[in-house]
Design a binder for this molecule. Structure first.
Ligand code: AP5
Ligand code: MG
Ligand code: ZN
Length: 222
């Protein structure tokens, strides 16, 4: 099962991809996570990406396509993968189609999480994550079971993303509407697009996704 979780910043792509990765073992391919790891490592890519991400703009297609081309060939992708944050431009989508053809893989579903802009800003501005295991939380919508302690690993250290402030969020939303939303008709034409209500509670969104992946999810979990 190969999926794209599609949607604007804060739509819940990472939250749902983490869940599907844990439950079904599909590889989570998050280009945002890859770039943040490069920034943390201080690599040449990280140094280049840091400034662009802080401005809420998109990193170049060449770099992003190269990252995914390498990642998609790793062994954990054979069971299936979930793309989170890629593709974000028509050029990236076209390159992905070519890569999949070369690898004899196909895209089963592009699942669009529909959420309105004011809700997105609220979600992003309340987000934080565990410094040790990266588990994601929210000040209001997803607090750790015990305040200040990560549910997953027990760590007490958390961090917030540098681009999670109101002014950068506005720019990220502009980039989404101008450069990424045009992919919706692209995938609609390929007959793989399914749009779901991303405004619902996290567990309800999960259930909608599990209904879409249906039997394939059950098979992968066994
Ligand atoms: P990236 O890391 O991909 O960020 P994004 O697309 O802006 O998406 P987010 O990670 O902010 O949101 P999400 O949809 O994962 O939401 P989450 O599950 O965390 O990209 C960052 C930057 O990297 C880009 O701006 C760009 O510069 C660069 N980049 C990355 N990929 C690129 C590419 N392909 N090309 C070019 N540049 C690229 O949820 C958000 C919060 O809401 C959480 O706190 C969560 O707990 C909560 N929440 C989730 N679901 C719900 C719900 N149903 N109800 C209530 N709360 C919820
Ligand atoms: Mg994310
Ligand atoms: Zn943790």
């Amino acid at each position: 099962m190969n999926l794209i979780l599609f949607g604007p910043p804060g739509a819940g792509k990472g939250t749902q991809a983490d869940f599907l990765n844990k439950k079904y073992g599909f590889a989570k391919l998050s280009t945002g996570d890859m770039l943040r790891a490069a920034v943390a490592a201080g690599s040449p890519l990280g140094l280049q990406a840091k400034e662009i991400m802080a401005k809420g703009q998109l990193v170049s297609d060449d770099i992003m396509i190269g990252l995914i081309r390498a990642r998609i060939q790793e062994p954990d992708c054979t069971k299936g993968f979930i793309l989170d944050g890629f593709p974000r431009t028509v050029a990236q989508a076209e390159a992905l189609d070519q890569m999949l053809m070369a690898e004899k893989k196909r895209l089963d579903h592009v699942i669009e999480l529909q959420v309105n802009d004011s809700e997105l800003t609220q979600r992003i501005c309340g987000r934080f994550s565990c410094k040790k295991c990266t588990a994601g939380y929210h000040d209001t919508f997803k607090r750790p079971l015990k305040d200040g302690v990560c549910d997953e690993c027990g760590s007490t250290e958390f961090s917030r993303r540098e681009d999670d402030n109101a002014s950068t969020v506005a720019k990220r939303l502009d980039a989404y509407h101008a450069q990424t939303a045009p992919l919706l008709p692209y995938y609609d034409k390929e007959n793989v697009l399914i749009s779901i209500d991303g405004m619902a509670d996290i567990e309800i969104v999960t259930r909608q996704i599990e209904e879409i992946i249906g039997g394939a999810g059950k098979l992968a979990a066994n």
